[in-house]
Design a protein around this ligand. Structure first.
Ligand SMILES: [Zn+2]
Length: 387
């Protein structure tokens, strides 16, 4: 294939072997059909002096946006997109080899303006930063990239080869070699020297079981590194801190914050519900910014179970609003759910207790209290024969 023989070919004139409506079977092509995380190339076809976008690229069948009439067509590759993919793909090989050395196992690659690698393995933030630094060094050194084909039976001769053997169907395997660094079985299109990548930056690292790295290359990577350094220095200089102390500084802030939060929660353990009479019902209510959810729930249920009462409360920290009601007033649940739906909240609950998350717990509690009180007054009115 021409895209393997010369990945730098931006246009080519090729013979059309067969035609089926809008589809042309070409003798050869410069358009990569996609695979291995590298999207298919884009391009246009020129036939009788007219340009047609190529809608779909198969391995040799290409579907054009128009009738395929010519016996020879010229293909022009969207080079800008392809070159970014070639560079990103080669960067991925360079970088992921380093992660594999640390025990990472490849999951899925998606190459693009921002590329993503999903993987598993015991890899730390420090490992990621170290691999990024080494990748940048290899790029600066301008390591050569070459490709060659081997037979399936020869795989044992290449113990360093990264290959997912269970995914290989063909007898011939294409190997991409980065000078003194990596051998990897791959069908994609790559650059011939790492220096073409320009630069490399990891934008994001998602930890957990299914890990993900997002990276960029070239100018974008360069400006990211620049910006990261600017932002870091602003952070330090505004606070008169040394770089070595920033982690400690943030840890202290977090500890302080946790301590304060805990103190507030402790203080609210003795919080008293307000109470007012609505018809025959005692309406209890409370709003707290911080609270121990279990303790306050227990209190609310205790009140509702032992009194002719409905208890409405909210917690500001995670915007939670709840209602606990004496089993004689099951309509409290309906009123709660109606308001929850109206205010785009989500929630539910068993027995005589309902809880949900809302946009603003304080407003919700005030509104619910009003609704429940009106309903209670109305119900008493009905009993007394007037409304
Ligand atoms: Zn590759």
């Amino acid at each position: 294939m021409l895209y393997y023989e010369n990945p730098y070919l931006k246009s080519v004139e090729v013979e059309v072997k067969e035609k089926k409506g809008n589809k042309c079977l070409l003798l050869d092509t410069i358009l990569y059909p996609g695979g291995g995380g590298q999207p298919a190339d884009e391009g246009i076809a020129i036939c009788n002096g007219k340009e047609y976008p190529i809608k779909h690229v198969g391995s040799l069948w290409h579907e054009i946006d128009g009738e395929c009439e010519c016996n020879k067509i010229k293909i022009i590759l969207n080079w800008e997109k392809r070159y970014l993919l070639m560079r990103s793909h080669t960067a991925e090989h360079t970088f992921f080899r380093l992660l594999e050395n640390k025990g990472a196992k490849m999951g899925k690659i998606a190459l693009g303006e921002v590329s993503s690698i999903i993987f598993q393995g015991d890899v730390s933030i420090e490992d990621i930063l170290d691999a990024e630094e080494k990748t940048r060094k290899l790029i600066r050194e301008g390591r050569k990239v070459t490709t060659f084909w081997i037979e399936k039976k020869d795989i044992p001769n290449y113990p360093e080869l990264r290959i997912k053997i269970e995914r290989i169907k063909e007898e011939k395997i294409r190997v991409v070699k980065i000078e003194g660094h990596d051998l990897s079985a791959c069908k994609g299109v790559h650059v011939s020297n790492l220096s073409e990548i320009g630069d490399f930056a990891v934008l994001h690292f998602r930890t957990g079981n299914k890990k993900e790295v997002k990276f960029v290359i070239g100018e974008t990577a360069m400006s990211y590194h620049y910006k990261a350094s600017q932002e870091m220095r602003k952070l330090l200089w505004y606070r008169n801190l040394d770089m070595e102390k920033i982690e400690n500084y943030i840890e202290n802030l977090e500890n302080e914050n946790n301590k304060m939060r805990k103190a507030l929660i402790d203080a609210n353990k003795d919080a008293k519900f307000h109470v007012e009479k609505c018809g025959e019902i005692d309406l209890y209510y409370l709003f707290l910014l911080y609270a121990d959810r279990k303790i306050i729930q227990r209190k609310a249920l205790d009140i509702a179970n032992h009194n002719k009462a409905i208890v409405v409360y909210g917690i500001g920290e995670n915007n939670i609003a709840c209602v606990a009601y004496n089993s004689s007033y099951p309509w409290a649940r309906d009123e709660y759910m109606r308001l929850l739906n109206k205010m785009n909240g989500r929630g539910g609950g068993k027995g005589n207790f309902v809880s949900g998350s809302v946009e603003n717990a304080k407003t919700f509690v005030e509104e619910l209290k009003k609704i429940i009180c009106e309903k209670a007054l109305q119900l008493r009115g009905d009993e007394n024969g007037y409304s």
